[in-house]
Design a protein around this ligand. Structure first.
Ligand code: ADP
Ligand code: MG
Length: 342
């Protein structure tokens, strides 16, 4: 059987999760509705504590929603046990069995299912080939690097051939270089599988580089769902605008370059040194990053960051500069609600 021969859209309808009672009650997830398409690589993105893990755990069946409905495929699964949901979950802390070999770790879920020895070996071999673990099958987890251990955890998920892969910050224990490599591997893995991926991260770079779509969460609520380009180009709220993009979008106080009930936002790459420009500022820092220069400046509208080409004629620290942006590159948000106004 080919990997991932399933139909596996995941649908959340007004899913809410509250923890605790009375004054201690926390609404971890607040009426989230989300359609995740078959074979999609969906990212759940947001700051720590915004409810990402809780949402994922409700898809897995490890938490019960306080209200709302969860569907996998056509099936309503609110009351379905995790092991019957056709999902596999990979966590940040991949609990491998330390005394078992890599091969035995990978085979383990099949053994639990009662799959025969020969078939187990073949399936483990196939997953190991996919993830480049063939040479490590006889080793114990203690003899592997962090990245290799994470791949064993992935292989163990793969042999279960789930309709849906759930991953909760699986790369956060890896160093920067390995994170980059593993990111690319996961994208490749997704391309070769028919399975649906739901991937939790607080790292907007992971979200932008891996996701077919990104769902941005803030304090339990869904702020926006869209392709990485969509959420970058048309952030639905001031929160999304500032959460996605490094350095973040400049958000001006209400009344600056707009009316009193609107906050104007300008991405650093659209804030240009413009003689006669409307934002007067004093240069406080110049960061040379090789491929670009970040200019930091203090203005009556607060701290501003502009992204310049390294070849640009650069001002010096302490210089007075004027900055401005084209109207088409200015984002407008309601000053009270933060919601984008078009
Ligand atoms: P994230 O994964 O985005 O960091 P979580 O889903 O872990 O966020 O948590 C969302 C909120 O729910 C947080 O305020 C957290 O403290 C709370 N929370 C999560 N799990 C529990 C629990 N089992 N009991 C009480 N509060 C919880
Ligand atoms: Mg979490």
């Amino acid at each position: 059987m080919a990997y991932g021969a399933h139909v596996a859209q995941v649908r959340l309808e007004s899913v809410t999760k509250r923890f605790g009672e009375g004054d201690d009650q926390v609404t971890a997830v607040d009426a989230v509705s989300l359609d995740i398409h078959d074979h999609e690589f969906m990212i759940l993105l947001g700051p720590s504590g915004c409810g990402k893990s809780t949402l994922l755990r409700m898809v897995a069946g490890l938490e019960d929603p306080t209200s709302g409905d969860v569907y996998i495929g056509e099936e309503w699964v609110n009351n379905t046990q995790p092991k019957l949901r056709d999902i596999a979950m990979v966590f940040q802390s991949y609990a491998l069995y330390p005394h078992k070999t890599v091969r035995a770790n990978i085979e383990f879920p099949l053994k639990v299912r009662g799959v025969g020895k020969a078939e187990r070996a073949a399936e483990a071999q196939r997953a190991a080939d996919v993830l480049g673990l063939t040479d490590y099958m006889r080793r114990k987890p203690g003899q592997l690097s962090g990245g290799q251990r994470q791949r064993v955890a992935l292989a163990r998920a793969i042999v279960r051939n789930p309709a849906v892969f759930l991953m909760d910050e699986p790369l956060s224990n890896l160093d920067a270089k390995l994170r980059g490599d593993t990111r690319a591997e996961l994208v490749d893995l997704h391309r070769r599988f028919d399975s649906t991926f739901i991937y939790v991260t607080h790292d907007q770079v992971e979200a932008m580089t891996m996701g077919s779509r990104v769902a941005v969460l803030n304090a339990g609520r869904l702020e926006q769902v869209g392709t990485p380009q969509d959420v970058y180009d048309f952030p639905a709220s001031a929160f999304v605008a500032q959460f996605i993009g490094t350095p973040p979008m400049n958000l001006l106080p209400p009344g600056v370059l707009g009316t009193d009930d609107v906050q104007v936002g300008i991405r650093p790459e659209h804030l240009l040194l413009t003689p006669g420009g409307r934002l007067q500022a004093t240069v406080t820092q110049i960061e040379h990053l090789g491929h670009e220069v970040l200019l930091h400046a203090e203005s009556a509208a607060g701290r501003l960051v502009a992204r310049l080409a390294p070849s640009a004629a650069l001002p010096a620290m302490g210089d007075s500069v004027q900055l401005d942006a084209d109207a088409q590159h200015m984002h407008h948000f309601d000053a009270t609600t933060g919601v984008r106004v078009s």
